[in-house]
Ligand binder design. Structure first.
Ligand code: SD4
Length: 335
């Protein structure tokens, strides 16, 4: 599907807008304006196919929670995606450990951290939310719970991931570059970037969100990023809106990023301004670190207005509603 990509130049801002399904894109407005609902938005260009799946639920009047779970399961299952789900790159010891969380309109949430052997951590996160009194399960306990719930236990390390890991072991340099696409993009690997965070508002106006990742490639065994941390990688407040993040999770956790974005929207900021302020906090605290890392936030408010902002160029997100499908808009960036 990537060969259908078209780039459309936007005059005034000089920004570019990468889009699929060009017939539907002609009417697209930028910067993002009120979109209404139902609507689903998600991080990166793999969000396009994920949104499509989520839309199947939303267009039938289904619940946002069901939409986001179904949506992010697409990249989780994608064998070409080495940053989310079953084909994710392993940690430095060769274990594929996955992080995910989900949150609904009632403030219910569930999460798994560093879960192994389970291809769909988002569905385990939902089971934690719905079937336990807890919010988060990690490591062996999360896998054990998943198996008890009937999830298939399987080896996730693919031959391709194993090859990449063995290559990395030759130098074992622990300096992951996250989603600075220009540096990271490898020919033939269209999916060589990061976490999927998805936010949806259903026909009833209710919000839910999901976030799932294999985290930093070749990370320390046991490392958990922001993606399964409620408030960091994802936060939803049905009165206000939702936010999700991608990039170096440690900086997002340090600033409780997604919660911050939602609280800023509560104070009246637009989604884009709220994302921008959260990025600025990260930069202000660690200007030297921030120069070399990527963090991006994506947010939506209760009205269906959406926006994004990232430290580095290259961050994009996908939007899908009744008017525009498969729209991919570059997020604005500090650098
Ligand atoms: C993490 N935030 O594990 C994730 C990785 C990611 O873009 O989103 N990369 O830190």
């Amino acid at each position: 599907m990537y060969n259908r990509r078209k780039f459309i130049k936007l005059s005034a801002a000089g920004a570019s807008l990468a889009a699929l399904s060009a017939s539907k894109i002609a009417r697209a407005a930028t910067p993002p304006a009120t979109a209404g609902f139902p609507i689903v938005i998600s991080t990166w260009d793999f969000g396009i196919v994920a949104n499509k799946e989520a839309w199947k639920t939303l267009e039938k009047g289904g619940r946002a929670l069901d939409a986001v779970e179904a949506g992010v399961r697409i990249p989780e299952a994608d064998m070409n995606n080495h940053t989310v789900g079953r084909a994710g790159y392993p940690d430095r010891d060769g274990h594929v450990t996955l992080d995910a969380c989900i949150m609904d309109e009632f403030g219910n949430c569930g999460s798994v951290g560093a879960i192994e052997y389970i291809a769909h951590p988002i569905s385990v996160a939902r089971a934690v939310m719905e079937k336990t009194p807890h919010v988060m399960l990690v490591g062996d306990g999360a896998t054990q719970f998943a198996v008890e719930q009937g999830f298939k236990k399987e080896k996730l390390l693919t031959p391709e991931s194993e090859k990449a890991w063995k290559e990395w072991l030759k130098t074992a340099k622990y300096s992951p570059v996250i989603n600075i696409e220009n540096k990271q993009h490898a020919p033939g690997n269209q999916y060589n970037h990061d976490t999927i965070g998805m936010l949806a508002i259903d026909a009833k106006g209710n919000l839910s969100g999901a976030c799932t990742t294999s985290g930093m490639a070749f990370k320390l065994h046991g490392r958990v990023g922001d993606s399964p941390i409620i408030g960091a990688g994802l936060y939803v407040d049905n009165e206000v809106g939702g936010a999700t993040s991608t990039g170096v999770g440690e900086e997002v956790i340090r600033n409780v990023g997604s919660f911050l974005v939602v609280e800023l929207m509560r104070q009246g900021m637009s989604p884009e301004d709220a994302c921008k302020e959260a990025v600025h906090r990260i930069i202000k605290k660690k200007p030297d670190t921030a120069k070399n890392i990527q963090v991006g936030f994506l947010a939506i408010n209760k009205k269906g207005e959406y926006g994004a902002y990232a430290i580095q160029k290259g961050f994009s997100f996908a939007v899908c509603n009744a008017e525009k499908q498969d729209l991919l808009i570059p997020g604005k960036s500090f650098y």
